[in-house]
Design a protein around this ligand. Structure first.
Ligand SMILES: NCc1[nH]cc(CCC(=O)O)c1CC(=O)O
Length: 309
């Protein structure tokens, strides 16, 4: 029997902590354990420390996970909680994403200081976003807008907005909901026009491959439909993106038997885009995502990526 608390690794941002606490509470409930049986261990990552440059510039997504993964591999942590969206498609040897919590709302939220909607912004105003996908989607719908790179925790971004550094920004509605900030968005964007990032809104748990004691514990809170959807979206991402420099959107839904996916890639200026849709069996989720990736790559042609990467 487990006597020492399980050690859960997480970043220290308010959103990361909310996600770790939700995971702890679900595990405690599923197994009839006291919350004290789970110790939340906060780690600072390079991605948290460097906030003045875009992620693509400083080396991509691994920056939010490196330190945590080292401690998983060395056995100092039992498992780690992340936003699936922040996870590189290739994990270090020995680690896997073993469970996904039921997905939150997948939509992007628009937060306008003056205009309440993206299409109602006056000509030429400034919108802040650090996401290549959001930048390209904004430029596609509003080529007149000045999009600037804008990083930091949710709270920092909202403060910069309130101070007038930008006229509007975009954030994942899922994160705002988890922080209890449902009144912050002034518009929720239509996922057809403004499709989310692969894996947006899904919390995942990373653990050691073959650690059956921990993986059995985690299996009790895995949501299979979210797991399948995210596997498909990550398959799509992995097929397309080695560099983190391509604006990519993708969303799958699974009913447990059937899965449908739609994906989109854009040029950074938003002036060219391609879409793909695919349907199939939920058990083939990852392969379907990869197939969609191959199809959209063929549609776009070699010149598409060569034009800026
Ligand atoms: N890269 C930051 C990040 N990673 C996950 C979320 C939101 C929560 C989620 O998508 O699960 C955010 C902030 C944002 O995009 O607004």
């Amino acid at each position: 029997m487990q006597t020492k608390p399980f050690r859960i690794g997480t970043r220290g941002s308010p959103l990361a902590l909310a996600q770790a606490h939700e995971t702890r509470d679900r595990l405690a409930a599923a197994h009839g354990l006291a919350p004290e049986m789970f110790e939340v261990v906060i780690l600072s990552t390079k991605g948290d420390r460097i906030t003045d440059r875009s992620l693509a510039e400083i080396g991509g997504k691994g920056l939010f996970t490196e330190e945590i993964e080292q401690q998983l591999l060395s056995g100092e942590l039992d498992f780690a909680v992340h936003s699936s969206k922040d996870m590189p498609t290739k994990l270090p040897d020995g680690l896997c994403l073993s469970a996904f919590l039921p997905r939150e709302d997948i939509r992007d939220a628009f937060i306008g200081r003056t205009a309440k909607k993206l299409l109602e912004l006056p000509q030429g105003v400034t919108v802040g976003s650090s996401s290549l996908r959001r930048q390209a989607l904004i430029r596609r719908l509003r080529p007149d807008i000045n999009v600037i790179t804008y990083r930091g925790q949710v709270e920092t971004r909202l403060r910069k907005l309130a101070e007038g550094q930008v006229d509007a920004t975009l954030l994942a509605y899922a994160g705002l909901k988890r922080l209890g900030m449902t009144d912050v968005p002034t518009e929720l964007l239509d996922p057809q026009e403004f499709p989310p990032a692969p894996a947006q809104g899904a919390i995942c748990i990373e653990s050691r491959i073959g650690d059956s004691r921990i993986n059995d514990l985690l299996a009790a809170i895995d949501d299979p439909r979210t797991h399948e959807a995210v596997a498909c979206e990550r398959g799509f991402l992995a097929t397309l993106d080695g560099s983190c420099r391509t604006p990519i959107a993708g969303l799958a839904t699974s009913d447990g038997t059937h899965l449908s996916f739609s994906g989109m890639i854009l040029t950074p200026d938003g002036q060219t885009h391609h879409r793909v849709t695919i349907e199939g069996r939920a058990t083939d989720a990852e392969a379907l995502g990869q197939k969609a990736g191959e199809e959209i790559r063929a549609k776009a042609g070699p010149g598409f990526f060569a034009s800026w990467t």
